[in-house]
Design a protein around this ligand. Structure first.
Ligand SMILES: [Zn+2]
Length: 137
C-alpha cells in the first residue's frame, strides 16, 4: 500500500520526465531487445525493480560513484538500457537532465524517483502499461 501511494504521487513527475526524454534522439535510440524482454518475463517485474534499486545503490547513489560517467554498461541487463534511455546512467546525466546535483549522496526520495523512472520506461517499452503486464502474469 505504501508503495502504491508513493507511485501515485510520483507518477506525474515520472510521466513528465519521460515526455521530456522522448525529445532527445540520443535517449530515444535505446530499446529493449528480445532477450531483455524475455529476461523481464522470466524474472518478473518486481525482481527487475529490486535489480534497479541494487544498481542505483551500488553504482550511482554514493557521493562519488566509481568510474562515474562510465559505470553503466550499454547492454546485458534491461535496467542498464533503461538507465541510458532515462538519463539515470551516471551523476553527470542525472544533474543535466533531472537537476540532481553531483558530489553528494542521493537521498532516498531521489533514489526512489530514479527507480520509478526506470520502471516507468520499462513498462512503456513492454507495452500496455504496468497493469496489463501484471494481468498477464
Ligand atoms: Zn550518463
Amino acid at each position: 500500500m505504501k508503495d502504491l501511494a508513493h507511485r501515485i504521487c510520483s507518477s506525474k513527475k515520472v510521466d513528465s520526465a519521460l515526455e521530456l526524454l522522448k525529445r532527445s534522439s540520443f535517449r530515444s535510440k535505446f530499446k529493449l531487445t528480445g532477450q531483455d524482454r524475455q529476461y523481464i518475463q522470466d524474472k518478473g517485474i518486481e525482481t527487475i525493480k529490486d535489480h534497479a534499486f541494487d544498481f542505483i545503490n551500488s553504482r550511482i547513489a554514493s557521493q562519488f560513484p566509481k568510474n562515474d560517467g562510465k559505470q553503466t554498461p550499454m547492454k546485458g541487463h534491461p535496467v542498464f538500457i533503461a538507465q541510458h534511455a532515462t538519463a539515470t546512467c551516471c551523476r553527470g546525466c542525472l544533474q543535466k537532465w533531472h537537476r540532481i546535483q553531483k558530489g553528494r549522496a542521493l537521498s532516498d526520495n531521489e533514489a526512489g524517483f530514479i527507480v520509478s523512472l526506470i520502471m516507468g520506461w520499462i513498462e512503456k517499452q513492454i507495452g500496455g502499461g504496468e497493469n496489463e503486464f501484471i494481468k498477464q502474469q
